[in-house]
Design a protein around this ligand. Structure first.
Ligand code: NAD
Length: 402
């Protein structure tokens, strides 16, 4: 009996599990995750803003585990020893494997900016997203007791996809924050501080402007071309003028960090040949140094042949990688050659609140209400690919006409 170990129950890990569980054979699967639930990381910003409850973006991992072929272990992975072919868990257990799928996901990247880890809220998982919302609530309720104007300021650091989607959800929920603070919604100030001036470079400028202008109409103030230099408690320090190297400060009760992500620290800790926690994998998604190890999702880097840059880390590519890794392990178990990973992006759509979105589907730009309809369909599809019909029926978003 061969042993397959899957590390991480995110999009990639659960997709690989699904493929393996759909085939019978002489193998057993062990799935490890630090949580006993899967969560839709694409929706974390909504939990942070309070536009969706945490329960709605998560489901129990046991729901998708076939106990006849798979054992689920709730523990944290600390080390992967590829020479000994075993994985060490925080609880002290070691797991030997014949084949390994590493799908340990992302962590927030602070680029070593002083105070960013300590003084800004991170958006890494369900717990940190809940903490962000609790923080906003505490700041607003604090204002009602002691009206310091900065308590009403919310700063999002970085205007990438995550920052933009977060700003949309925050703007949508301003009324709630205003009620907590006992003020009018227009008094809640939303800021975004971003290093570059050309936002969302993956979209053409007109489309990017459409999304940004929408957020501006909803009251978001963008400070662009202003790299953040330091975060002090309740204060963001950013470069105001590069020519004179002068800095400026913005005081805010809530500071949320969304300037990018890296792959899990376990990759570096375990001696993988990685950069920012991402390993450049072979054509079939295996580790170039160990063909029985498959690396997928946010810990993997796959080159886009069109531009020789790694594909951006998204749920869509993680799901596709999970399917390929699962199939490749089945090939190896059957003594067959592995297959190459190929990816054709279906496009990407950013939501701005519940009823607006913009992005590219295939080669077509989409925006406005129809785009938000497409976005909800994309999210339901991801949920289907990890959780199947059951999870889509219980968590899927069918409020398309909301
Ligand atoms: P990102 O790297 O895409 O964007 C980070 C932004 O922060 C950039 O605009 C960058 O210029 C800015 N930044 C970096 N350092 C800064 C500093 N010191 N001061 C000010 N600004 C700074 O990161 P992300 O938005 O977290 O996204 C991570 C990945 O997840 C990306 O690949 C993204 O495409 C993907 N994602 C996709 C979706 C979707 O498809 N809907 C949603 C969220 C995230």
């Amino acid at each position: 009996m061969k042993e397959v170990v899957i590390l991480g129950a995110g999009y990639g890990g659960l997709r690989a599990l699904h493929v393996l569980q759909s085939h019978q054979g002489e193998f057993h699967v062990t799935l490890v995750d630090r949580n006993d639930y899967h969560y839709e990381s694409t929706d974390l910003h909504e939990v942070a803003a309070g536009t969706q409850p945490a329960e709605r973006i998560q489901y129990p991992i046991e729901d998708v585990v076939n106990s006849k072929t798979t054992t689920f272990i709730k523990d944290e992975v600390t080390l992967i020893d590829r020479t000994q072919k075993q994985v060490t868990l925080k609880g002290g257990q070691t797991l030997p494997y014949d084949y390994l799928v590493v799908s340990l996901g992302f962590q927030s990247e602070t680029f070593g900016i002083p105070g960013a880890a300590e003084n800004a809220l991170q958006l890494e998982d369900v717990e940190t997203a809940k903490q962000a919302l609790a923080h906003i609530e505490a700041q607003m309720k604090g204002y009602a007791q002691d009206p310091k104007p900065e308590a009403l300021n919310i700063v999002v650091c970085g205007a990438g996809f995550t920052g933009i989607e977060l700003l949309g959800a925050l703007a949508e929920n301003k009324e709630t924050y205003a009620k907590w603070a006992g003020v009018e919604a227009k008094e809640i100030k939303l800021y975004c501080i971003e290093a570059v001036t050309r936002l969302l470079p993956m979209f053409d400028e007109k489309l990017a402007d459409y999304g940004i202008d929408h957020l501006k109409e909803w009251g978001v103030e963008f400070l662009t071309g202003k790299p953040i230099k330091e975060i002090k408690p309740g204060v963001v320090i950013y470069q105001e003028d590069a020519a004179t190297n002068t800095n400026a400060e913005l005081a805010a009760g809530t500071i949320i960090w969304t300037t990018g992500v890296s792959g899990s620290h376990v990759m570096g800790d375990s001696g993988f040949n990685q950069r920012r926690g991402r390993v450049t994998v072979a054509d079939d998604l295996s580790d170039p140094d160990h063909s029985e190890v498959f690396i997928i999702g946010d810990v993997a880097a796959v080159m886009d042949p069109d531009n020789q840059r790694p594909y951006p880390t998204t749920a869509q590519i993680a799901l596709k990688m999970g399917a390929t890794a699962g199939k490749n392990i089945l090939h190896l178990l059957a003594g067959e050659a592995t297959e190459k990973f190929t990816f054709h992006s279906l496009g990407s759509v950013a939501s701005i609140g519940n009823t607006h979105a913009f992005g590219v589907v295939g080669k077509t730009n989409v925006k406005g209400y129809p785009a938000s309809f497409i976005k909800k369909g994309i999210l339901d599809r991801s949920l289907f690919e990890t959780g199947g019909v059951k999870e889509v029926l219980s968590k899927g978003r069918f409020d398309f006409y909301h």
